[in-house]
Design a protein around this ligand. Sequence first.
Ligand code: SF4
Length: 144
Amino acid sequence: MRLLRSTDLALRVLMRLAVAGESSPTTREVAADMEVPYTHAAKVVAELQHLGLLAARRGRGGGLALTDAGRTASVGGIVRTFEGDGDVVECEGATPCPLSSGCRLRGALRRAQEAFYASLDPLTVADVVAAPTGPLLLGISRTP
Ligand code: SF4
């Protein structure tokens, strides 16, 4: 199962902010640290702010900060939110699969998808920045 680019980017942004300490990196700095285009990062930051997982302060000295909800957010929950409700295969659509009305594989794939998410549910953002990831993130940070 392959995650959407926006899902991975959302997790990367949250992980970067989880090790920010007192500093408040800007979206541009986070994008540079994560080596992703600014426009992609800005879109994901807006969505994470909407979800209450990060806070953004504008103006001079402004920047991004993880909220308490963001620090304790479940990785599985974040992945579900960004991936949406879609199936891992497209059974319907413009050319529906002829088996779609009674396919055992479809149900098995749904269960496998749910098991994938469930395995990520117990992990929080704070958990996934434990060493060696946290020190690595600090090492690549360009924020003064
Ligand atoms: S074979 Fe089953 S799972 Fe695959 S596309 Fe058809 S209905 Fe969906």
